[in-house]
Design a protein around this ligand. Structure first.
Ligand SMILES: *Cc1c(COP(=O)(O)O)cnc(C)c1O
Length: 369
């Protein structure tokens, strides 16, 4: 069996260090925030070329607090994409603002920058590009549009730890970058976790207060805050894992290159923009008759995923936004055709070969049938 991800393989490869780090936190009783979390904030901010890191309980909280720090609230609009994980859109709604969707570029699956300006109104406050699957959105035109219209840029980098756009680390290109440490993400905690990074001291200060009940000092609540703090154990685990992320990312990129080579001609393989460092949180191919392919791969013991089968503008929960089928054709088509193949650093070359050859054979069978 080849699983879609294998969190156990990664744990076993660093078990001694992880166990020691966890036991150290138990001994210190710094269960919430504390020294390990503070150290992680510094190390991860440095990794992202940012000034400050604010460690949080989830990536969703990072998006929520980034929007609040940027002053987004009821009556405002935030421009983003529909072809993303639902959290991107949920976080906008938490602030009382309205998500305004634009379509994706069908090659990179990131926001179509030529559609942004038409979506801007006098209510627009921010642009929220998503670095989907680990590929950076086209940040230069996004920043240029934002500057011209006085908008804040918040990066959803939940899938893109260590990704680079024209040599710049994602997360510190816009005003605030938001990361998730959900276990399956490229840098994953052993529980929930997230972080916001920024170069702006004022945004950092606001987010730090908001994550801990809006306190300036203990029991002095200067703004209405939240309980969005990171656990000490997660901070310690993430510090250990951060030391390996570059090696793990290079392993992902090697697997992706091997898939690309073996699958060329059989299916549409992902396109990494040459000036980007794509970090392949997800390796998604495009196929026709996806459900049948997925079933046949599953019969051969190969697990796959679909990220994501229904774009947010067609989700029941967001029907009140008033969109309908046909509004974002590239998003809708991608949602029908993408298929995510097994991708994690510990995959072996023979496993990648098995997946690719199985897919090849099925596609040829499907074609002649
Ligand atoms: C995972 C993810 C999030 C949310 O992160 P959580 O830590 O699960 O709250 C947000 N946006 C995208 C694109 C994601 O993949």
């Amino acid at each position: 069996m080849i699983p879609f991800v294998d969190l156990r393989a990664q744990y076993l490869s660093i078990k001694d260090e992880i166990d020691t780090a966890v036991l150290k936190v138990l001994d210190s009783t710094q269960f919430i925030l504390g020294n390990e979390v503070t150290a992680l904030e510094e190390e991860f901010a440095t990794y992202c070329d940012a000034e400050s890191g604010i460690a949080l309980n989830t990536g969703t909280s990072a998006l929520h607090l980034a929007l609040l720090a940027a002053g987004v609230g009821a009556g405002d609009e935030v421009i983003t994409v529909s072809f993303t994980f639902v959290a991107t859109v949920a976080a906008i709604c938490y602030t009382g603002a309205t998500p305004v969707f634009v379509d994706i570029d069908p090659v990179t699956y990131t926001i179509d920058v030529t559609q942004i300006e038409k979506a801007i109104t006098e209510r627009t406050k921010a642009i929220l590009p998503v670095h989907l699957y680990g590929q950076p959105a086209d940040m230069a035109p996004i920043l240029e549009i934002a500057r011209r219209h006085g908008l804040v840029v918040i990066e959803d980098a939940a899938q893109a730890h260590g990704a680079e756009y024209k040599g710049q680390r994602v997360g510190s290109i816009g005003d605030i970058g938001c990361f998730s440490f959900y276990p399956g993400k490229n840098l994953g905690a052993y529980g929930e976790g997230g972080m916001a990074v920024t170069k702006n001291a004022q945004y950092a200060r606001t987010m730090r207060m908001l994550r801990d009940w809006g306190q300036e000092r203990r029991y002095h609540h200067v703004v209405k805050g939240y309980n969005y703090r990171m656990d000490g154990i997660q901070g310690a685990i993430l510090r250990v894992k951060l030391r390996y992320i570059e090696a793990w990312t290079e392993a992902r990129r090697t697997h992706a290159a091997q898939y690309n080579q073996l699958l060329a001609g059989a299916v549409t393989t992902p396109t990494a923009v040459p000036s980007n460092r794509h970090v392949y949180h997800i390796y998604a191919v495009r196929v026709q008759m996806r459900e049948q392919l997925q079933q046949e791969l599953n019969n051969l013991g190969i697990q796959t995923g679909i990220h994501y089968p229904i774009p947010v503008h067609l989700q029941t929960a967001y029907s009140d936004l008033g969109y309908q089928y046909g509004d974002f054709p590239h998003s809708e088509k991608a949602a029908r055709e993408v298929l995510s193949l097994p991708m994690y650093p510990e995959l072996t070359t023979p496993q990648v070969t098995t997946v690719a050859e199985s897919l090849q054979k099925i596609v040829q069978g499907v074609a002649v049938a």
